[in-house]
Design a protein. Sequence first.
Lengths: 368, 293
Amino acid sequence: MAEITLQNINKSFGTGIPLAVNDLSLSIRDGEFLVLLGPSGCGKTTTLRMIAGLERQSSGDIRIGERLVNDLRPGDRDIAFVFQFYALYPHLSVRDNIGFPLKAQNLPSAEVNRRVENVAERLRITHLLKSTPGRLPGGEQQRVALGRAMVRQPQVFLMDEPLTNLDASLRTDMRVELKHLQHDLATTMVYVTHDQIEAMSMSHRIAVMNNGLLQQVDTPLNIYKHPQTLFVGTFIGSPPMNVVSGKIMGLRFVSDDGSFWIDIPPAAQKYTTHGAPTVFGVRAEDLTLHERAAAISGIAGKILVREPLGDETIYGVEAAGETLTIKTPPRLRFKPGDNVTVTVNHSAIHLFDKISEKALLPERWSNV
Amino acid sequence: MRIAKQAGFYVLLGVVLIFFTFPLYWIVASSFKDRSDVISATPKLIPFIEFTPTTNNYRDIFFRAEATTGTGSTVTASADISAFRDRLLNSILITGASTLLAVFFGTLAAYAVSRFNIPLENDFMFFVLSTRMLPPIVVLIPVFVLFSDLGLRDSYFGLILLYTSFNLPFVVWIMKGFFDEIPSEYEEAAMIDGYSRFQAIYKIVIPEAIPAMAATAVFSIIVSWNEFVLANFLNRDSASTVPPYLNSIIGVGAVEWGRLAAAAVVFVLPVVIFTFLVRNHLLRGVTFGAVRR
């Protein structure tokens, strides 16, 4: 059990190539379940491998607990790593696979057996101990890999997309199970994934990365509700956030072609600058659809597509030259071609500086 | 119709089988014939009926310098026939040592090239391969001079060195291709589990690599075992191998077919046995059990 501190980490894979990880500082609390989230190539796996010692950072310090581990070999860092492809040793039985890290510590074989059996029982794979990993289905290979990580009772678990190769239903089960496991063991866990559902459902905090840069570290709900960069806003959430590029004109946001505009709520006005290039964002659930009627003031639009998902329906709406995605309760029934009015929940809008892509509004702007 | 087709197929198989195995049978049969049977104008194929098998040829090549043949005449070969035993031991020693060395160093080199970023890796691999582009006989004269100066002629070490270097490129190329297929996660997992890289190679990678090592070993053995030119010219007086010996006992006046066949049979056996022993590795090919791709 330990906290992990990354201080100004840079990783370069050669001159002329953009930095894989760019000035990353991050501290992971003792016992925390932290997810590194981002698209492929964003540097999340490289970061994890640097914590493990499988890659050497080009500059910066990594501490696990109080120890500076920059020059420690992976085996001396007291960590366990679960690989995306599990990396179970094919020529060893499940028992020997799980016991492999303990044998490195020259523990007596009775002790090795006792601990292997404890872990196997806990993961419900006792009946598999004699089999060879190659013959096992993916979910059970996954458990064996987890067992090998747990058996040495490391200070830190590092997991690199461990659920990616599982079937969808199994993945949902394992998500719950992993979360419980981490809660019970109370061991610090760093978990890499590109799947935002995994990130949202399992973690205490999410660190979103893009192009080697750390974008935001926060709780899942804050990441969703208060994205600090345009990337976080558009990457998290399904369907993705609606964004419109334009600029501030007085007390209004106006799209580039001038046809879409929206009033800026008074509480947000002090954070905007007249004439500044700005990106407006709003989530699909913060837009509301109405039948076209004179009494409702909003943006006039027309239904393009309808995607009924059962518990909700997603509409694609053409409104003032923009295509908006809108999430509605299933009881609303519109057909493609219907004329509608779209209203915006003004307290839930997002504004981003178009150049820096940073959020303009602070976290609690609408409550101030 | 279907039966006719199947019958045709088996007939064809039979013809192909006979085509490839008859020469082997002929050599084995000849090795058990006495002189009159082996040179008989009508082929004698069936033992105990057409000819009476004798082990004299084997006895001759292993134990006797000169032997009387079935007809009672004495044939003198140009070389000491009983040298076969020593030659066979030399062949086993030189081939075994050079194969072990080539597979050992080749595997390590291939691992290094496969796993680490080596500057000019492709050029290096081409350079390694380029040493195989010349037939050995082309370098015979420079090697002869070199070995004379270094005192490596007529020595075990000289031939072992040469055969190792001839086999190394092959081993490096085959093993590199193989290591490229083994995910590096295996060693990384082992290193995180508390082992050093060498321990990880020894405990995880090598057990996985054994089929490929066995396959390359078979090819190395065949190359070294059959090599004639260098052995013939470099090791004339001592530490010489079987292939030049086979040539030398062909004799001056008459060809001792029976003894030649016996020596050939004994010469082929070790390679056949080794290949048989590792056949499962050769056939099993490469299976990566627990890594899902």
